[in-house]
Design a protein around this ligand. Structure first.
Ligand code: X8Z
Ligand code: ZN
Length: 609
């Protein structure tokens, strides 16, 4: 989802009624009586009106900037974002004045949301928000507009990602990896200032640092959120280690000891992905040695069936309309960006927008006709259908139950849409393979859904350390690669020098988009999917379930979506699943047959790194 700085309204999840321990409340104004409930309500009404207008202005500025990057659009966006940040800080501080006022629960929730709404706050010192917005725009532009020379061609990250999917020469994958990571070097001198400006703002709002603010978005104390992430990791780590062990052995068999040793970490550039966060592109290398295999190649089917970007998006839309959702508005088709324009720099990283917070839904992608983007289309549209489902909520509740929910909606659709059952229903394959294809299918899914888990966990662990001052600028890349080694068990193809800024090679770091959301989403989506399949009365293996076309399930799903963030997320979760907590048992259940198979394959191997 695309969030403006202020769309804090968009980025934050709601916190419980009272401030958390980590978020200090400003000292009570000495002798003054607490403001009244009527004053609180008037304050909230003003905030909603003002923020809605500023948010729309920022979104429109961001749309123009991201689809046409120039000095001028950067300037316009930075100005809009700085004004939004100033207002966000003003309202966050204003909301804290009502900490001791007795108000109705809806007003209380809105006040709490306002206090933690910003992603990168700035202090109220004149010029602070503008400087922060300028730095943010510069970082974004370095990421989106940088090119590197590969065989005489100037390639952007969008091109490099495609290249890495299919390049199998390890000297070449190393070159691509190193050149792109080196392209982030100019960010190194900018990032410390972003950190200190944003921390200055966070402290003014009563948080120890920006990381503590980010951890306060989940309807629980920040420390409990960290513990929740760890609990989930304990649940899924053995599965990841099993997958890592198997994939490493396959890479070793293909490339030999000199390129990929039998033990130790996996060389990051060999995974078919710049960040080693999804490994689906190397399915051809790691597929089971015997057996019938997947039975089809989705990328080839899409090409063979004449899919173009428009058809990809129409197919994605159809998944949702078949569940009972209204079709996307005409403006979606007129205003979205589906392909990369030839003549200008744009941000290709996929995003979904709700420009006026009502009906002006859009996606911005640079679609390639392949299985990955088939999935991503469903992912992005999930954001749009969520946005429309909660559009009648008051402004401050127009957001996901938490940011992980927002990411998980389209992923839930994607889990259904990738099943052979569904692909056959929409004519992309002639026949759905039988149970003999389950292991190849689950392996292919694990290369995406299991491989991403440690990565999705570590990106914000790194940022939390940086915001807390535990990692200083001289150690940015070292600390990053230490976390990559610890959680993912991957290593850069070459040692990285002190002038590098490897975290900046990832969109969400350059763009300051929080990342814990993807970790949560990877767990929630399987909870949603299992619940949907149970509702549909599915009795077979989870991986073969598709609820495509089931309007009863669609109606229950919509009931969760339309809550927006009006309720704490456990209530939204329970509305659809009957479960009240985030829990990795659904993802474990889904992959259980694969986990058993991997254990057999890994027999005799020394797993881990
Ligand atoms: O950024 C995204 C989406 C847009 S919200 C395409 N994702 C993460 C990434 O690309 O790193 C989806 C999966 C993780
Ligand atoms: Zn997303």
């Amino acid at each position: 989802m695309k969030l403006s700085l202020l769309a804090a309204v968009a980025a934050a999840a709601l916190a419980p009624a009272l401030a958390h321990a980590e978020a200090a409340t400003p000292p009570a104004a000495s002798a003054q009586p607490a403001p009244t409930a009527a004053e609180a309500e008037a304050f909230v009404a003003d905030a909603e009106k003002t923020l809605a207008a500023l948010n729309e202005y920022s979104q429109r500025s961001a749309w123009v900037q991201e689809t046409y990057i120039t000095d001028d659009t950067n300037w316009l966006l930075a100005k809009a974002n700085s004004e939004s940040t100033d207002a966000g800080v003003r309202f966050a501080k204003g909301a804290a004045r009502f900490d001791h006022t007795v108000v109705d629960p809806v007003t209380r929730r809105k006040l709490e949301l306002l206090k933690r709404a910003l992603v990168l706050p700035a202090s109220s010192r004149p010029g602070a928000s503008k400087e922060l917005a300028d730095i943010s725009a510069q970082l974004d532009t370095i990421f989106a507009a940088s090119t590197v020379d590969i065989d005489g061609k100037a390639l952007t990250i969008n091109d490099l990602e495609q290249l890495l999917r299919t390049e199998r020469d390890p000297a070449k994958t190393r070159e691509i990896w190193v050149k792109w990571h080196d392209a982030a070097k100019p960010m190194r001198s900018l990032y410390p200032r972003l950190v200190s400006l944003s921390n200055e703002g966070a402290r003014e709002l009563g948080y120890p640092d920006t990381g503590a603010l980010w951890r306060s978005w989940y309807d629980m104390p920040p420390a409990q959120f960290e513990a929740t992430e760890e609990r989930l990791w304990t649940q899924v780590e053995p599965l990841y280690k099993n997958l890592h062990c198997y994939v490493r052995a396959k890479l070793n068999a293909k490339y030999g000891d000199a390129v990929q040793p039998k033990t130790g970490p996996i060389r990051a550039d060999l995974t078919g992905n710049m960040w080693a966060q999804s490994w689906g592109a190397i399915y051809d290398i790691v597929k089971p040695a015997d057996g019938p295999g997947l039975g089809y190649d989705l990328t080839q089917s899409l090409v063979a069936h004449g899919y173009d970007p428009m058809k990809m998006v129409k197919t994605g839309e159809n998944f949702y309309t078949a569940a009972g959702f209204a079709p996307l508005p005409d403006t979606f088709w007129k205003r979205s960006q589906f392909t990369k324009p030839r003549d200008r720099d744009v941000v290709c990283h996929a995003s979904a927008w709700d420009v006026d917070d009502k009906d002006d839904l859009r996606v911005k992608m640079c679609i390639h006709i392949n299985d990955e983007d088939f999935y991503t289309v469903h992912h992005e549209l999930g954001h749009n259908f969520y946005q429309r489902a909660y559009k009648d909520q008051p402004t401050l509740f127009r957001n996901g139950a938490n940011d992980g929910f927002h990411e998980a909606i389209g992923d839930y659709a994607g889990l259904n849409a990738l099943t052979p059952t569904y692909l056959k229903q929409i004519g992309l394959i002639d026949a759905a393979p039988g149970p003999e294809a389950d292991i190849p299918y689950l392996l292919n899914m694990a290369l995406e859904k299991v491989a991403i888990l440690p990565w999705a966990l570590l990106v914000d662990k790194w940022r939390w350390q940086v915001f807390a001052g535990q990692t200083t600028p001289e150690h940015y890349t070292d600390a990053w690669n230490a976390l990559r080694l610890k959680y993912q068990g991957v290593t850069p193809p070459v040692p990285r020098g002190p002038d590098t800024f490897d975290p900046g090679a990832k969109f969400h770091v350059a763009d300051s988009t929080p990342y814990a959301r993807y970790y949560l989403a990877d767990i929630y989506e399987f909870q949603f999917y299992r619940a949907a399949c149970r509702q549909a009365g599915w009795k077979g293996p989870l991986n073969r379930c598709s609820v495509y076309g089931n309007k009863d399930v669609g109606a229950r799903f919509n009931a969760m979506l339309k809550l927006g963030q009006s309720k704490p997320w456990p209530e939204a979760l329970a509305a659809f699943t009957g479960e009240h907590d985030i829990d990795a048992s659904a993802i474990s259940e889904y992959f259980a047959p694969l986990n058993a198979w991997l254990t057999r394959q890994n027999k005799g191997r020394a797993c881990g790194w």
